[in-house]
Design a binder for this molecule. Structure first.
Ligand code: HEC
Length: 173
């Protein structure tokens, strides 16, 4: 009886030593293991492994969002007519339904909002810094405001273009 117990203990010890040895070797196993293979479910694509330096460190949405509006500078030079022309197209596509043909906030869709869309030719809006406008158009104009966040709708360069366009129309006399 005692002998059998001893054999059992020795056997267990052998199995344990074999397991520990296998796990230690596993780290150096060159072909990978089943349990480390990424599981890809139906309709899922495996994530691309990006090279170092692929993540944008400048001009990124997260970077813009973290900055104060007054620190942000528009890359569009004042009076850049190409940017202004492009901004007009952007305005017609993404803003006019609310802010209206005359920029006065009388767009058809805008009438269901309280407060009504801002008059973009008011001295208040025209006096706002480009960077602040960028922040408000991209991420909303602060709590309680109904200006939609359009960051996922309008490309970054087109947001600067539409700002150049709005500034080009000037204050309503
Ligand atoms: C779905 C309707 C809607 C769309 C689309 C929209 N706006 Fe507005 N916008 C509003 C409303 C409503 C306000 C008034 C927000 C407030 O004062 O609470 C506003 C306010 C603003 C203001 C004043 C923000 C401030 O800080 O006081 C600016 C500037 C502006 N919009 C620009 C734009 C531009 C440029 C676009 C297109 C790129 C745009 N909006 C698209 C509804 C809209």
């Amino acid at each position: 009886m005692k002998k059998r117990l001893l054999v059992m203990i020795i056997l267990c010890a052998c199995v344990w030593v074999a397991y520990v040895a296998l796990m230690a070797f596993d780290k150096y196993f060159p072909y990978g293991r089943m349990r480390e293979t990424p599981a890809v479910r139906p309709y899922e694509k495996p994530l691309l492994v990006m090279e170092a330096g692929t993540v944008p460190v400048t001009d990124s949405e997260a970077g813009y969002q973290a900055m104060e509006g007054r620190e942000l500078r528009s890359p569009v030079l004042p009076g850049d007519s190409k940017a202004i022309q492009r901004g007009q197209v952007v305005y017609a596509t993404f803003c006019r339904q609310c802010h209206g043909r005359e920029y006065d906030g009388n767009g058809t869709v805008g009438q269901s909002f309280t407060p009504l869309p801002a008059d973009l030719r008011s001295s208040r809006v025209q006096g706002m810094l480009d960077g602040v406008l960028f922040q408000h158009i991209s991420y909303g104009a602060g709590s309680g405001s109904r200006q939609p966040s359009l960051a996922t709708t309008i490309r970054i360069d087109d947001r600067w273009n539409v700002i150049a366009y709005i500034k080009s129309i000037g204050i309503r006399e």
